[in-house]
Design a protein around this ligand. Sequence first.
Ligand code: NOJ
Length: 491
Amino acid sequence: MKVSRRDFAKIIGAGALGATTLTGAEAKESNESNLEKDSAIQTKKRTFPNGFLWGSATASYQVEGAFNEDGRTPSIWDTFSKMPGKTVNGATGDVSTDHYHRYQGDVQLMKALGVKTYRFSISWSRVFPDGTGKPNPKGLDFYNKLLDELLKNGIQPFATLYHWDLPQILQDKNGGWESRDTSEAFANYAGYVAEKLSDKINHFFTINEFGAFVELGYRIGIHAPGLKLPAGRFNQTRHHAVLGHGLAVQAIRAKAKKGTKIGLAENMAICCPVIETAEHIKAAEEATRQLNAQYMTVIQEGKYTDLYLANTGKDAPKYTDADLKTISSPLDFVGINIYTPTYIRADGSKQGFAVVPHPASYPHMASQWLTVGPEALYWGPRNVNKLWGEDEIYITENGCSSSDIPAADGKVYDTDRVMYLRNYLSHLQRATEDGVPIKGYFLWSLMDNFEWADGYTNRFGLHYVDYPTQKRTPKLSADFYKEVIKENRVV
Ligand code: NOJ
C-alpha cells in the first residue's frame, strides 16, 4: 500500500517527522495533490486511444418495420415469425420500432449519445424483391435518406449486407444457403449495393454471425428458416455461407469506390484461458482456431483444419481449391460480436485444450445464454490479432439484455447493464493498452427491438421503446455510455 506523507504523519505521529512536519495548509495542499495524482493515474489507465470510434448498432429486420412498403417482399424472418409458436407471443417485425419512418428521430438519439458511428444492415428484399435479377428502384431510397441524415449529423455509417433476412423467394427456389446459387445471388446483391452506396459508406460487412444464422436456422431450427438438416447437408450449408462471403468480398472490391473497406462481423467462440498462465493462454489460442474452424478460421487461413475435417468425416463439405481461395479473399478489417466467454484449459491432450463448461451457478443476464465474462473483450480481439495478424479490429456488437422496467419517474435504472458494460469495457481498455489494434466498438443496441425468437421480451437497447406509442427514453446505460464517449474512458 502506498502511504501519503500525510497518512504517514498520522500513523507515526506528526512530531516524529521533526523539521519536515506539515502545517495544516501544507497538509491540505499535499493531500489534494496526491488525490489529483491518483485520479490522473486512474484516468490514464482507463483511457482509450485518440480517435477511438464509439458506435451503436441495429439490423434491418429488427428495427425497420414497414414490412410491405415500397416494393419490399417477405424475407425468411417474415415467414418464420408468422408461423405459430416460433417466436415468443407470436411477435413479428411487421412494425417493430418503425425505424423506417422514424429514422430521423433515431439519428437524433445517436447524436445526443455522441456516437461517432452507426452500424446498420440493409434489407436484401427491399433492394432485390426477387432476390436477384431486377433491382427495385425504390429499394435504396430509404438507405440513401438514412445515410444523408447520418452524414449530415457527423455520424459515420458502417453497413452490414446480410443480417439474416434472406429473401423468402431464394429459400423457396434454392433451399436458401443450402445452395451455391444463394452464395452467388448474395455476391450479386452485395456488388450492386456497393456500387450504388460506396460514395456514402466506407466500411461494408458482408455477413453478420455465420455462427448464429446457419447453426440456429439450418441445424437447430429455432431461427428462420427453421430447418434441422442432416449433418452432410448442414456442413454444405456452412460452406455456402462462407463461400457467399468470399464471393461478395470480390464483388464489392470490383464494384465499389476505390478505398472502400470490406470485412465481416462474426460471433466466434471467444476462447479465454481459465487462468492467465502461458500454458492456458496457448491452449486458448489453439481452441480459437479449432472451435471456429467452419467460419472464421477457413476465412482467415484458406483451409478447413484437419480436426474439423476429421470430426465431420463422411459428412465433411464438398469444395474445390478455388472455393477456398475465394473464401479467404483478403479483408481490410475484422468485426467480432462479443457477448459471452468460452473458458479453455490446457489438458495435455493431442489437441491441446479442453472446453470448461459453465457450472450451473454461472451468472447470466436476462437472456439465459448471455453468460457474463468481461475478459472476453480482452481475449477475443487479442487472439484474432495474435493468430491472424488482423490489424484493424472492431467490436461490432457487445451489450446485454436486462429486465428493464421503468421506475415511477419513467426512467429505466438498468444498473445491471451498466455493471456489465463497465466491466466489459475495462477489459477492452486493457486490450487497447496492450497494443491490440481495436479501432472501434458498437454497442448493441441503440434501442430495444425485435430480438428474433425471443420477440420483444428481451430488451437490449440503450433506449427504452414503449412499443404502443413508439416513445424512446434513454436508460441509465445511455447516460453511462454518453459519459464514456465524452471522456473516451471507462467511467
Ligand atoms: C447478435 C445478433 O447479431 C443480433 O441480431 C442480436 O439481437 C444480438 N446478438 C443479441 O442477441
